[in-house]
Design a protein around this ligand. Structure first.
Ligand code: ADP
Ligand code: MG
Length: 396
């Protein structure tokens, strides 16, 4: 098990300055934040620190400005949103390092918050540059990281910076601690049966977590575009479906067995001639195969029933990757059914990913899921057994 330093261990006193690294990489249209979840999620840690009188200097990245100032990626809209959420003033520094930021950080009193402009306006952030980290170091006496979604990257605010503090002055925030607690229910599973549901567009990009899960889980239920590749590897005619040719050998190796998990594939599929303007949508048994102009866009009802009954027996469930093109209502049934099945299961349920999290939110079942990981790439790397620089530095 991995255990990290937590904020309750920090010797905070009223007025202690805490450098708080968050992931406020929120979707913004113009200056409007379309989903503030990532900001809302930090309130718990912010309140815990403020209750102890901390003065907080918040730092985040937003988008990919590639080391240059670019108004499009300014965190200013986040400042307004955060001020509303905490119903207090949020001070602002137009640059995350330098004299102005340092003066504003030093002037903070207990309970006050300063938000710094985008860390990635400086090339030193993504280069894990020591001199840039030294500049950030001047802004706080303590360091707290809650940016789990950025912790797989050795960037200055994640890796070099915490190394500049005494060990007893750094910690993971409540969000980061929660991510680790639940993702370790996957990597150190104790409650079996453990079912993993995997889907999404391709196998490529998910090979390491897939191979790790085959060793950890009791059963793997495969859907989405990922299933197309597995079915093709078994010799099923997949028509015009998305098949990830370069992953065919990996699919064959996994199907050959030998690892712990039983791998289940769809027995029926929802197919159409076109995604955008389908003239005919039908359900096809996999045993029949697809004709040249048919493309698979969802799992079928028999597969939904089989997967749902597997999930009823599970005590731990991890899900990554939609079961079909859920963005289109005609092809969302499989994904929505799996979301509801997770909600109803008498199990610890963990969902990770990008579109997978969107799908769970769209299903209305989000409140019934034990843990929704906002970590995206970081969650999958963690499950694959890779060590995350931002976590390693915080280990006890
Ligand atoms: P996540 O972001 O949760 O890890 P992925 O990025 O791997 O998931 O995959 C999500 C995408 O996969 C969705 O946008 C969905 O439309 C697509 N997808 C799922 N099933 C299919 C399919 N059968 N054919 C084509 N695309 C699919
Ligand atoms: Mg994705």
């Amino acid at each position: 098990m991995i255990s990290i330093r937590t904020i309750d261990k920090l010797a905070l006193s009223p007025g202690s300055r805490v450098f708080y690294r968050v992931d406020y990489n929120v979707p913004i249209e113009g200056t409007r934040i379309t989903d503030a979840t990532r900001i809302e999620e930090t309130l718990q840690t912010l309140n815990a620190l403020r209750d102890r009188g901390a003065a907080i200097v918040i730092a985040s990245h937003l988008g990919r400005p590639k080391g240059q100032r670019n108004e499009k990626y300014s965190l200013k809209p986040v400042r307004d949103c955060l001020a509303k959420l905490i119903d207090a003033d949020v001070k602002w520094a137009d640059d995350c390092v330098g004299a102005d930021a340092e003066a504003k950080a030093r002037a903070l009193k207990a309970d006050e918050i300063l938000l710094l402009e985008n860390l990635r306006f400086h090339a030193g952030e993504e280069k894990n540059d020591g001199a840039f980290a030294q500049q950030l170091r001047r802004l706080g006496q303590f360091y707290v990281n809650d940016a789990f979604g950025a912790s797989h990257r050795a960037h200055a605010s994640i890796d070099a910076l915490p190394r500049l503090f005494p060990k007893d002055s750094i910690a993971g925030g409540l969000l980061l601690a929660r991510e680790l607690q639940f993702l370790q229910k996957v990597t150190n599973v104790s409650d079996r049966a453990f079912a993993a549901v995997l889907g999404g567009a391709k196998i490529a990009g998910k090979i390491e977590p897939l191979e790790a899960l085959v060793k950890l889980a009791d059963v793997i239920l495969i859907g989405g575009g990922m299933a197309n590749t597995f079915l093709a590897a078994k010799g099923v005619a997949m028509g015009g479906s998305l098949v990830d040719q370069e992953s065919m050998e990996i699919a064959k190796r996994i199907l050959a067995g030998g690892a712990r998990a039983r791998v289940e594939l769809p027995v029926d599929l929802v197919v159409a001639d076109s995604l955008d303007a389908p003239s005919k949508i039908e359900t096809v048994d996999v045993s029949r195969g697809l004709t040249a102009n048919q493309k698979a866009f969802d799992i079928g009802p028999k597969t939904i029933a089989a997967y749902t009954s597997e999930l009823k027996r599970a005590k731990t469930i991890f899900w990554n990757g939609p079961m079909g093109v859920f963005e289109k209502e005609q092809f969302a049934k499989g994904t929505m059914a799996i979301a509801r099945a997770l909600g109803k299961a008498d199990a610890t349920t963990i969902v990770g990913g990008g579109e997978s999290v969107e799908a769970v939110k769209a299903s209305g079942a989000a409140d019934t899921i034990t843990h929704i990981s906002t970590g995206g790439g970081a969650s999958l790397e963690f499950i694959a057994g890779e060590s995350l620089p931002g976590v390693e530095v915080l280990r006890t």
